[in-house]
Design a protein around this ligand. Sequence first.
Ligand SMILES: Nc1nc2c(c(=O)[nH]1)N[C@H]1C(S)=C(S)[C@@H](COP(=O)(O)O)O[C@H]1N2
Ligand SMILES: [Mo]
Length: 202
Amino acid sequence: MKFNRDFKGRGGEARDPRLPPGQYDIGSNWPVLGAEATPNLATSEWTFAIEGLVGNPVTWTWDEIHALESATYEGDIHCVTTWSKFGVSFGGVSVDTLLACAVPLPSASHVVAYSHTGYTTNLPLGDITDGKAWVVWEYERRPLEVGHGGPARLLVPHLYFWKSVKWVAGLRLLDHDEPGFWEVNGYHDRGDPWLEQRYQGD
Ligand SMILES: Nc1nc2c(c(=O)[nH]1)N[C@H]1C(S)=C(S)[C@@H](COP(=O)(O)O)O[C@H]1N2
Ligand SMILES: [Mo]
């Protein structure tokens, strides 16, 4: 069952190769999903920090992070609730650029990404390096809406979207894995949509 159910659409047409197993194309919609109340964060007070196992802990202000080399993501995103969105664009800064300033120690193997509201998620360091993650403040060349995590959110598009922390406040580098909000509540530790890693045990 698990192997065959996604090869063809309902009408028997070929399945879009951009669609991971068990997902559907939500088109132009973009649902707002969140565990906490939407915060109202002024950019004048917003900060982003990298701390923990780094040689040079850094905290950027809104102006300081905008002074870094900008980067964009154009591609797809996948929510564990089964919608995927194709060909979206985000603008901000690559996590590689941020980590280059903070200088991870050799012992750093994992991160906890956390928000200004207390939400957390865990990631292996290797899932946010080498062009796989961004801190973004633009969606389709417009300021990111507060409901979607504005003024800025983490974007880790190769994993399910719960890893993309809204209202992101920082990354804490660790030498061990430390499950976050959804991971302690039964979601998969890593969340690769192509492996359909939705829940613990998947
Ligand atoms: N701070 C925070 N970030 C979060 C969440 C949350 O509850 N709080 N939910 C996650 C989940 S489960 C999803 S699916 C996406 C939803 O992002 P969206 O509302 O922009 O679609 O944000 C992720 N980031
Ligand atoms: Mo989600």
